[in-house]
Structure formats: structure tokens, C-alpha cells
Design a protein around this ligand. Sequence first.
Ligand code: HEC
Length: 130
Amino acid sequence: MTKILISLFAMGTLALSIHAYDQNDRQKDMQVMEASMSQIQKGILYNNKKIALQGIDNLKAASQNVEISPKAEMDYAPAFAKSQNKNILTYADKIKVAIEAGKKHNAADNYKKVLNQCISCHNKIRKWNK
Ligand code: HEC
């Protein structure tokens, strides 16, 4: 009996800890990515590596969730979201290499490539295309 109660309790806690990624979470991560992009631009313009590198870290952390896109809810396929996330991470790393080498034009080129990943996905959001 005790064993059953304990396992029921464990299952209950497990169920509580599994929180579905919802629209609120998505908007929050998107806002973090937007703020991170501004931070990266600021770092480039103020010639401040620390700010830019911090922005890149923040962008990478938030973009991990971009690929969570239940097909039924979203206007794009999970495979598309996954590749967008992969590209964001790749170009973010390239910005990092450029910043560390003091190459601001190269950083800006890769910054634009990240921005284009954002836009490609946003262009698929039907409610935004009216
Ligand atoms: C794979 C798809 C996808 C990618 C890539 C993507 N977004 Fe989004 N973004 C969304 C969706 C979906 C919404 C709409 C969220 C909602 O309102 O439900 C959104 C909304 C937003 C919003 C508005 C949030 C709000 O509070 O209304 C911002 C800002 C944003 N994205 C920034 C970014 C930035 C910056 C990037 C790139 C670094 C990016 N997004 C990449 C799918 C994407």
C-alpha cells in the first residue's frame, strides 16, 4: 500500500513538472531573442566586445526553444523550425568569432544572416500576413 502511495505521489510530481511549452513561453523567448539582437548590435556599434558576446550567449540560450513547434498549432513544420534554430546557432557562433577577431563588418554580415532566419519564419505566420 505504502509503495503504491509513494509511486502515485512520484507520478503526480512528475506530471506537475512536465510543463507544456505554450504561446506565453514562446513570446517570452522571442522577446529575449529580440533584446539579444539589439544587444549584439549595441556591442558592435559601441565597440564593446563584452556586450556583444553577452548578447550572443543570450540569443543562443533562447533560440534553443525555437524548434518547439507542435505542427497542429503552428503555421510551419517542426523540421523547418529545427533547421532555423540550427542556422541561428551557426551564424551566432560566426558573429562570435568575428567579434573576437575585431572584424565588425564580418560580425554585421552574420548578424544579418541571423535576422534573415527570424524573418523567414515570421513570414510564415499567417496572422501576420494580413
Ligand atoms: C521557426 C520560427 C521562428 C523563428 C526562427 C523566429 N521566430 Fe519570432 N516568432 C515566431 C512565432 C510563431 C511568433 C508569434 C508568437 C505568438 O504571438 O504566438 C514569433 C514572434 C516574435 C516576436 C513578437 C513577440 C511578442 O511578444 O509578440 C518577436 C519580437 C520575435 N518573434 C523575435 C524573433 C527573433 C529576434 C528571431 C530570430 C533571432 C525570431 N523571432 C525567430 C516564430 C519564430
